[in-house]
Structure formats: C-alpha cells, structure tokens
Ligand binder design. Structure first.
Ligand SMILES: [Zn+2]
Length: 90
C-alpha cells in the first residue's frame, strides 16, 4: 500500500462509474463496501433503510387501525344522528 492513495479504490470506482467501492473498514459493522458518492457504509445504509421501511410499515398499520376506530366512531355517531337525540325523559 506504500505510496498509494488510501482511496485508490474510490478513484477507480469513480472512473469506472461504480456506485460502490471497497474502502476502509466501517468500525460500526466491520464491512468495507462504501458508496462512491459520499463514502457512506452500504451495509449500515441498507440496515437503516430496512429499519425505516419496517417503521413506516408499522406506522401505516397503526394509522389503519386508528382509521378503523375512527370509522366505527363516525358510524356510531351517524346512527345516533339518524335515530335522533335521546330526550331526557326517554
Ligand atoms: Zn457500517
């Protein structure tokens, strides 16, 4: 490695138009594949992406459940309106 630039792989990847290259070991995960643009860790970026996707799916599920409750509440309210307000003496 003596005399070679540390990011020689990056320079080659850029020339070749590759999206990723083998760079320095990422301390957090121990992998070496990095994005040519920005130098971010591919492994961690994908892990984060999966995490985000799961979180979004979870949020979507929660929202749909909330919508279900809301629809039930609206249905109940509409039924209430249709049948008229209860008089206090009823
Ligand atoms: Zn990483």
């Amino acid at each position: 490695m003596a005399g070679r630039p540390h990011n020689e792989n990056l320079a080659i990847a850029k020339l070749a138009g590759d999206k990723t290259y083998e760079g320095s070991i990422h301390a957090a995960c121990g992998t070496t594949t990095r994005y040519t643009s920005g130098g971010g860790c591919v492994h961690c970026a994908r892990a984060k992406q999966t995490e985000m996707r799961d979180a979004l799916a979870e949020a979507k599920r929660a929202r749909e459940t909330a919508d279900g409750f809301l629809e039930t509440a609206v249905d109940n309210r509409l039924t209430e309106i249709a049948t008229g307000p209860k008089e206090p003496w009823e």
